[in-house]
Design a protein around this ligand. Structure first.
Ligand code: MG
Length: 215
């Protein structure tokens, strides 16, 4: 049990490192996507938020769940704007849900469902509105559909394609929330930057496990 806790804590720290690296690598792409229908700041928001989240977790002690709560709060503070607040709330809510574990599929799925409910409430967005929910909801649904006795790593890998498909589906959607909504149909033709960055966060988790536990 002690080993599993230490392991989960290490995985969360590594995830923040990988997520930050991924967002730095994709900062320009996310900015361009956002500029098509918004103010073009999404890449910068994500990098700023994750830099703060990474630093806050580095300075903190506690369980994997505790680290995510701290990271989410730092993300919201530093990221700023609507997407900073939403993603920060998502990370914090997932951290609270995970608590001290066990860090298995059931606990993680329940924590992510709570996170999805929180950002749905805060963002007042629904599936089909062209937001990060259009990547997160299919992912959470796919994770929920996995056999309960499945190792978390295996279930996570199996659910990832649902997030990627969700991102692709946002290309033809018309934005209903945020700045992009004002542009109406001009928001069509490219994926939602929030759905894209959310999927990078999910993939960063998988990359940590790929490194430690190659499939
Ligand atoms: Mg923006």
């Amino acid at each position: 049990m002690k080993d599993a806790e230490k392991d989960a804590e290490r995985v969360v720290r590594r995830w923040l490192t990988y997520a930050l690296e991924s967002m730095v690598a994709h900062e320009q792409e996310l900015g361009l996507l956002d500029a098509a229908a918004g103010d073009g700041d999404h890449g910068a928001t994500m990098v700023r938020g994750l830099r703060a989240a990474h630093a806050a977790a580095k300075a903190a002690n506690g369980s994997a769940g505790d680290l995510l709560v701290v990271a989410g709060a730092a993300f919201a503070d530093a990221g700023g704007g609507a997407s900073g607040a939403l993603l920060g709330a998502l990370i914090t809510t997932v951290g609270r849900g995970l608590g001290d574990g066990p860090y298995d599929l059931t606990t993680t799925t329940t924590a992510l469902q709570a996170g999805l409910a929180t950002i749905t409430r805060l963002g007042k967005a629904h599936p089909g509105d062209k937001t990060l929910i259009d990547a997160l909801q299919p992912f959470v649904d796919a994770l929920t559909a996995q056999p309960a006795d499945q190792p978390l790593i295996v279930a996570w890998r199996a659910a990832l394609p649902a997030a990627v498909a969700g991102v692709a589906a946002t290309q033809t959607m018309v934005a209903k929330r945020g700045r992009a909504a004002k542009l109406g149909e001009r928001s069509q033709g490219h994926p939602d930057p929030g759905a894209v960055s959310l999927t990078y966060l999910l993939q960063a988790m998988s990359a940590v496990w790929d490194e430690n536990y190659p499939s």
